[in-house]
Design a protein around this ligand. Structure first.
Ligand code: PEP
Length: 253
């Protein structure tokens, strides 16, 4: 059975004290995670070790970085390597978020290198894909997402793919208040799973978790998560409010 995951992406928000408070508020909500359900919290780099220590006695709670370097180590001032993330106990890393692709010109080829380094260091990539508005309007979103998958993930083995989580995040829905309809999400998630089946086989496709991201909130999460190919969510804005985030996690049930 594949995992059901709600991952919160704090982006470049919160001080250390605010982040600690948010994690404590989430933990105090007393969420009862069922078998196979996970909560992942993606904090800014400086808070990862602290987040890990706050979550370490809570089964089902994991820590994610929001990015990692495409290089292994060396003279890359300001970069943070996958090995460094591993050394502070990071479990997951978001790779290829649309903000990284847009503002930092991260190409599919660069993202493939990041995926490899994360896996080599025992960190599970949450690989983001998704189309901009003009591609959706031209109805070519399937080709667009297929290329993202091909160029960043198709070099992996089926065994490696088992450690990858895919997040479908239509760019027009991120932070805009616009959400893909449940049908639009299901269609794309089923398409992504079919591409994975095609390349890596049916077993890998049934195993891979595909999360939805884009203005998910307590009011729409249940409908989104009820789709057979939607295995949870990657949550931006609503992950900064403990009550909203925990309400979304509860919708996994
Ligand atoms: C995101 O940034 O991954 C995201 C889904 O943001 P939001 O939930 O705010 O749309």
């Amino acid at each position: 059975m594949r995992k059901k995951i709600v991952a919160g992406n704090w982006k470049m928000n919160l001080t250390l004290a605010q982040g600690e408070q948010l994690i404590n508020d989430i933990l105090q909500a007393g969420l009862k995670l069922e078998e196979g359900q996970e909560v992942v919290i993606a904090t800014p780099f400086p808070y990862l070790a602290k987040a890990k220590s706050l979550l370490k006695n809570y089964p089902g709670f994991y820590v994610a970085a929001q990015n990692c370097s495409s290089e292994k180590s060396g003279a890359y001032t300001g970069e943070v390597s996958a090995e460094m993330l591993q050394s502070v106990g990071v479990d997951y890393v978001i790779i290829g978020h649309s903000e990284r692709r847009e503002y930092f010109q991260e190409s599919n080829a660069v993202l493939a290198k990041k995926v490899d380094l994360a896996l080599a260091n025992g960190i599970k990539p949450i690989f983001c894909c998704g189309e901009p508005l003009e591609i959706r309007q031209a109805e070519t979103q399937n080709d667009y997402v297929a290329t993202q998958l091909e160029e960043s993930l198709y070099h992996l083995t089926a065994e490696q793919l088992k450690d990858v989580v895919i997040a479908y995040e239509p760019i027009w829905a991120i932070g805009t208040g616009l959400t893909a309809s449940a049908a639009q999400a299901q269609d794309m998630h089923a398409f992504i799973r079919s591409r994975i089946a095609n390349k890596f086989g049916r077993e890998a496709a049934l195993h891979v978790s595909v999360l939805y991201g884009g203005s998910a909130k307590p009011g729409n999460a249940a409908e989104l998560f009820s789709n057979p190919d939607v295995d949870g969510g990657l949550i931006g804005g609503a992950s900064l409010v403990a009550a909203d985030f925990t309400a979304i996690v509860q919708k996994l049930a």
